[in-house]
Design a protein around this ligand. Structure first.
Ligand SMILES: [Zn+2]
Length: 299
């Protein structure tokens, strides 16, 4: 199976054997415009299959934005020509196989539940800390999308201060725990402006910069608080944190651990926060496993 992950910066593809073994992975920069994005991803996938002498029989795609019936219905303004794009039809035309399409954070969580850090979990919350903050819910053994596809979007959970959020509101988790939020807070609290964003804040934190340490600590505590709210509502205590900012797991963990120790879920079951085990391949691997269901239907 072929798995595709189209993010704001990079497009990634993974090829999985029928038993879930990862045969290969590749990536390329994401171009601008729906047709170009689909073309680049499809070509990358076909090239990967050719390299491994495999025939693609079904594909899954995890893509940025809210997906409804194979069409992008909402996306960040940073994507041009993406809202309204019939992404499933575009992939099916280019790959000539059935394709399942879902949101990229949903695909990330499916990957981690089936083959990664939350393997075998019946219920799990996925949190992706990237440029923004995305979330996904796995309930009773399957993805829960909600009636409008926005279930689990904890990046826009309110109650985290007064900073303006990218969505136009303020004080959302994203302002505290996204890559953009971390870099912005570091500068707003008096740190030097940084060209490399959150990655540079992490480098400074590891070098002993107290302000950088504090910004990551508060980001971790924010993530834990949001997860505890979800646990209070849904009794979900298995949490997987991924995305580029999660590479600073060492800096996020103290804030996470301090908060979940101070405010454990009322169920008495401790919250288990783990970091993505599949790394940058998680969403494309998850998307490939979603394609497995298509293959079975076809056979
Ligand atoms: Zn927001």
């Amino acid at each position: 199976m072929l798995g595709i992950d189209i993010g704001g910066i990079g497009t990634k593809v993974s090829l999985l054997d029928s038993d879930g073994t990862l045969l290969g992975h590749d990536r390329a920069p994401t171009p601008r415009g729906g047709a170009a994005m689909a073309e680049t991803a499809a070509q990358l996938g076909l090239d990967l299959a050719r390299t491994h002498r495999r025939t693609v029989v079904a594909a899954g795609a995890g893509v940025a934005g809210v997906v409804d019936d194979g069409v992008i219905v909402a996306a960040s303004s940073s994507f041009s020509g993406w809202i309204g794009f019939p992404v499933r039809a575009a992939f099916e035309e280019r790959l000539q196989v059935p394709v399942v399409v879902d949101n990229d954070v949903n695909a990330f969580l499916v990957g981690e539940v089936r083959l990664g850090a939350a393997r075998g979990a019946r219920d799990a919350l996925g949190i992706a800390l990237g440029t923004g903050v995305g979330g996904a819910l796995w309930l009773d053994g399957e993805l829960y999308h909600g009636p409008r596809g926005a279930a689990g979007e904890i990046g826009h959970m309110p109650g985290f201060g007064e900073e303006p959020c990218t969505c136009g509101q303020k004080g959302h988790l994203e302002t505290l725990a996204s890559g953009r939020g971390i870099a912005h807070r570091y500068a707003a609290l008096g740190g030097a402006p940084l060209a490399q964003g959150a990655q540079e804040v992490a480098t400074r934190a590891r070098a002993g910069d107290d302000l950088a340490v504090r910004v990551f600590h508060e980001a971790g505590a924010g993530v834990a608080r949001a997860a505890l709210v979800v646990a209070a509502v849904l009794d979900v205590v298995d949490v997987v944190v991924g995305g580029g900012v999660a590479e600073a797991a060492d800096l996020l963990t103290p804030g996470i651990e301090q908060l979940i120790a101070a405010e454990p879920p009322v169920s008495g079951r401790p919250m288990e926060v783990s970091f993505a085990a599949l790394g940058p391949a998680a969403a494309s691997v998850g998307a490939a496993t979603m394609a497995d269901s298509l293959r079975q239907i076809r056979v």
